[in-house]
Design a protein. Structure first.
Length: 300
C-alpha cells in the first residue's frame, strides 16, 4: 500500500458522496485539499479514479474496483470499533493465569469465585504447571499473570504478596508410635522415616531439600509424588512422613488424623502472590483482576 490511510478515506468519502463539495463538508477540509489528495492517489496508482459530471464525480472502472475493496476495508474497521466498544462496555476480556495444581486448588479457585461473579464477561484461562514453568511462561509472555511462591532470584516481574504459607512435616499417630517403639527420638524422625515428598521439579520440594541439607538431615527412604493431595493421603494411611503446607491440612491437624512433627529448627514461612510483567498498558481485563485483589484487601 503506497498511500496512507487518510488518502484512501478521502477517496472513499468522495466516492460515497459523489460530490467533492459534500465530501469536503463531511471531512471538514477544503475542496482544493481533497482534489490534491485524489490527484496524488491517481498519480501513485497510475490511473484515473473519477470522471466529472454535471452533478459531481463518478467512479471510473478502475475507481470502482478500488472502491469495492476500500469500502470493505472501512466497513470492517467500523465493525471492529463497534465490537471493541461493546467489549469495553460489557467488560469483556481474557486473562491467562499460570499456577501450580496445589496453589490452584487451595488458594486460587476459592479466591476466583467472587471475581468471576463480579466480572462474568471476562474469560479466564488457567494453565496448571509447576511454579518454575509458570515463571518461564511469564518471561515468554505466554500468560498474563501467575500465582506463585515468591521467587528467590531477581526477575523483571512485579510480585504482589497475598498470603504466607508454612511448610511442616506430618504423619499419622500410629506411624509415629511405631517409630517410638523402635527407640527413634523426635529429632531423629526425619532421618529414619519414609519421607513422602513432591517431585524434584516442584519449588516446594526444592525448599524442603534445602532445609534438610541445611540441617544435615540425611534421608534414608523417600517417595516422590506429583500431587500434594496424594502426599497428604499417603501420610493419613500411615505410609510415612509427608512434607506439606500447614494451611492445607488444617482440618486433618484439628481432627488428629495427622500430627505435626516438632522440628529443632522451624522452617521459615514463604510468601505466595501474583506475579506479572511490568507494562505501561496492561489489558483492561488484567487491570481489573489486579485492582480486584488489591481493593478486596487480600494484598499483604
Amino acid at each position: 500500500m503506497t498511500q496512507n490511510l487518510s488518502s484512501y478515506y478521502i477517496f472513499y468519502t468522495v466516492a460515497k458522496a459523489g460530490n467533492i463539495s459534500r465530501a469536503a463538508k463531511e471531512l471538514f477540509i477544503s475542496q482544493p485539499a481533497i482534489s490534491k489528495s485524489i490527484q496524488k492517489l491517481e498519480d501513485s496508482l497510475n490511473c484515473k479514479l473519477f470522471t466529472r459530471s454535471s452533478r459531481g464525480v463518478l467512479l471510473t472502472y478502475e475507481g470502482q474496483i478500488l472502491y469495492d475493496h476500500v469500502r470493505s476495508a472501512f466497513t470492517s474497521l467500523n465493525e471492529g470499533e463497534l465490537k471493541l466498544r461493546e467489549s469495553i462496555d460489557l467488560g469483556l476480556g481474557k486473562i491467562k493465569i499460570g499456577v501450580s495444581s496445589t496453589l490452584c486448588k487451595y488458594i486460587l479457585l476459592p479466591y476466583l469465585e467472587e471475581f468471576v461473579h463480579e466480572n462474568p464477561h471476562i474469560n479466564i484461562s488457567i494453565q496448571c504447571q509447576s511454579t518454575n514453568e509458570t515463571l518461564k511462561l511469564l518471561d515468554e509472555s505466554q500468560i498474563d499473570i501467575g500465582l506463585i511462591g515468591k521467587p528467590s532470584a531477581n526477575r523483571n516481574l512485579i510480585f504482589d504478596s497475598i498470603e504466607e504459607i508454612e511448610d511442616i512435616f506430618v504423619a499419622n499417630g500410629d506411624y509415629l508410635k511405631n517409630l517410638k517403639m523402635r527407640n527413634i527420638n523426635d529429632d531423629e524422625i526425619l532421618s529414619h522415616a519414609n519421607l513422602i515428598l513432591l517431585d524434584s521439579n516442584n519449588m516446594t520440594r526444592q525448599y524442603i531439600d534445602n532445609y534438610l541439607k541445611e540441617q544435615d538431615i540425611e534421608v534414608s527412604e523417600s517417595i516422590e509424588i506429583s500431587s500434594l493431595d496424594l502426599v497428604i493421603e499417603f501420610a493419613k494411611i500411615g505410609l510415612g512422613v509427608s512434607a506439606v503446607i500447614k494451611q492445607f491440612v488444617a482440618d486433618e491437624l484439628k481432627n488428629h488424623s495427622l500430627v505435626e512433627i516438632p522440628l529443632a529448627a522451624p522452617m521459615y514461612k514463604r510468601e505466595v502472590g501474583f506475579a506479572y510483567k511490568p507494562t505501561k498498558t496492561p489489558t483492561k481485563a488484567l487491570s481489573s483482576f489486579i485492582r480486584f485483589y488489591k481493593e478486596k484487601g487480600i494484598l499483604k
